[in-house]
Design a protein around this ligand. Structure first.
Ligand code: NA7
Length: 547
């Protein structure tokens, strides 16, 4: 077979992670970097999720790169929470500003990556059949990039349009005057539903599980706010890097078992009206103590009853299937009010699941709901889906998807045993989806780039975590999760939304700041836990001590 052209590093994905990798590896380390991206443009999540109402649940001040002071001084965010179009405009600006596009091959999907131990080379093959080799392979595939379409019987027989929120048509979808059905009431459903209700003649929402959602209270940012932020931006970023979540938020007022409940109610009201994700975090034990949790859960249920005028609809919207904060809290813009509209109908599929699609609608409980358009807001094969779809073969013929068959195992969420010189940005076992993704992406990219520099400067051909280091990390991640209520919820953190997927809690719960310190400690101790050219470096103990 013809020799594949060789570069220094192959990167999969041109979202926030992939773009920053180009900047670090190409422009700072001088590496020849090749990025493969299946979309026609940059932006990852924000390239694909163009559905009406798509908006980030992290404030724009934080949901942006911090690596370039001039960039953060120059860019003008218009709203408290950035809309998809604005984030896409921003990421395109970054790509142009730093001339990143020339390292990216668009509309190209990586189908396999194979490691050759003798040559110490990864070879990536794309859907065009082209092959490229490099000593380093870096995944920047994102955590929520494989949309899930459940196998609804008769789906293909439906005569109207079917759209998935995670693969919305670039040209948009006009539903004016049409009968629209939405399946799914997670973040995407809750964002798209109020928008579609305003456009459609009739909107029918098919809800399997009621979700806890709190108001975003999005609004335009004022000039004063922008000036203030920019005058201390570097300090804000530094504080965010060592925070629990990668952005600065209202802190808990104490334990739900100790704080006076009247004071707690006042604080909950304040947070509800201010908007943002910190309602569940009013107590520091919301995700560990059921009684504390129930107080906050009931506060939100009471809000639902006060907003939704039809008591039966309000009852269906009240979440009772999981404890608040054990699935990702959703931010909304008038979600519950939407159910007071004449043209909106809520169909619970809890007791009576969706039976099948027909050419003209969806049947639930023997009743057909006639529809012109169906929107699937049915989520993603999160955290492992994108990597497992690629045939990644490491040392000794080990396949990543087979190694991860019982759940992903990594060291620090950044590397995995038997896969030398393979790094995963925000991989399973790192804070990733439990944090402001951009803060976590920057931390990972900087750590990986520093490590690659270290390897090259010291003549180290290859590295991988030891089996022992990986096992310790996995146990640590599980120990943290099992001390909370989070594994009890049927969430995508647990893989519970994908039939047949192993139920393993995937992200690291120890917090962004703690995680950063651990990674720094690993690096400072000659990358303890990694094996360099088959010689294991220091073993771990210091690691878990720091948490
Ligand atoms: P989510 O949060 O996974 O939500 C998916 C929704 O789709 C949820 O309400 C599911 O109900 C529903 N769903 C999935 N499969 C089915 C079937 N087969 N039948 C009926 N209903 C179904 O995805 P999102 O896109 O909303 O959000 C993902 C993340 O993106 C979000 O957390 C943010 O981080 C950004 P279920 O709850 O499983 O009963």
């Amino acid at each position: 077979m013809k020799q594949a052209p060789q570069v220094d590093a192959i990167v999969i994905g041109a979202g926030f992670s992939g773009l920053y990798l180009i900047r670090k590896l190409r422009d700072e380390l001088g590496l020849n970097v090749k990025v493969f991206e299946r979309g026609t443009g940059v932006g990852g999540t924000w390239f694909w999720n163009r559905y009406p109402g798509a908006r980030c649940d992290v404030e724009s001040v934080f949901y942006s790169y911090s690596f370039d002071e001039q960039l953060q001084q120059d860019w003008v965010w218009t709203e408290r929470y950035p809309a998809q179009e604005e984030i896409l405009r921003y990421i395109n600006h970054v790509a142009d500003r730093f001339d990143l596009r020339r390292s990216i091959e668009f509309e190209t999907t990586v189908v396999s990556c194979e490691y050759d131990e003798d040559k110490n080379l990864w070879t990536a093959e794309t859907d065009t059949g082209d092959r490229t080799s490099a000593p380093y392979l870096i995944s920047a595939v994102g955590c929520l990039s494989v949309p899930l379409t459940p196998e609804f019987p008769g789906l293909e027989s439906f005569g109207g349009h079917v759209y998935h929120t995670g693969a919305w048509p670039t040209e948009g979808a006009d539903v004016t005057g049409l009968r629209v059905g939405v399946i799914g009431t997670g973040s995407s459903g809750i964002q798209v539903i109020p928008e579609l209700a305003r456009q459609a003649a009739e909107l029918t929402v098919f809800q399997r599980t009621a979700t806890f959602t709190v108001p975003a209270r999005n609004r335009p940012l004022t000039d004063d706010e922008r000036t203030q932020t920019k005058s201390i931006y570097a300090d804000i970023r530094e504080a965010a890097r060592y925070s629990g979540t990668g952005h600065l938020l209202d802190q808990p007022i104490g334990s739900g078992q100790e704080v006076d409940r009247t004071m707690a109610k006042i604080e909950l009201e304040r947070r509800w009206w201010r908007g943002g994700i910190t309602v569940p975090a009013t107590f520091n034990d919301t995700t560990v103590n059921l009684d504390s949790n129930e107080f906050i859960s009931e506060f939100v249920r009471e809000k639902i009853r006060s907003i939704v005028t039809d008591p039966e609809v309000a009852r269906l919207l009240e979440p009772h299937d999981y404890a608040i904060g054990t699935k990702r809290i959703v931010l909304d813009a008038g979600y519950y009010d939407t159910y007071n509209r004449e043209n909106v109908t809520l169909v619970s599929t809890r007791a009576n699941p969706i039976e099948h699609f027909t050419p003209t609608g969806i049947v639930v409980g023997g009743v057909e709901h006639p529809l012109d358009v169906i929107v699937l807001a049915t989520g993603y094969d999160a955290m492992t889906g994108a990597l497992n779809r690629i045939r990644i073969q490491g040392r000794d013929g080990v396949l990543l998807r087979e190694k991860w068959a019982a759940g992903p195992t990594t060291y620090l969420g950044v590397a995995t045993h038997s896969f030398p010189n393979f790094f995963t940005v925000t991989g399973p076992g790192s804070p990733s989806v439990l944090s402001n993704m951009i803060a976590s992406i920057e931390q990972h990219v900087e750590w990986i780039a520093a490590y690659v520099d270290h390897l090259r400067s010291n003549g180290i051909r290859c590295t991988e975590p030891s089996a022992n280091a990986e096992q310790n990390w996995v146990e640590h991640v599980n120990t943290l999760a099992n001390a909370t209520l989070l594994p009890k919820a049927a969430s995508w953190y647990m893989g519970a939304n994908v039939p047949g997927k192993p139920r393993v809690f995937m992200p690291y719960l120890g917090g962004v700041g703690t995680y950063r310190r651990i990674c720094d400690e690993v690096a400072a101790n000659n990358y303890m836990g990694f094996v360099h050219d088959s010689a294991e470096t220091t073993v771990l103990p210091a690691l878990i001590r720091t948490t």
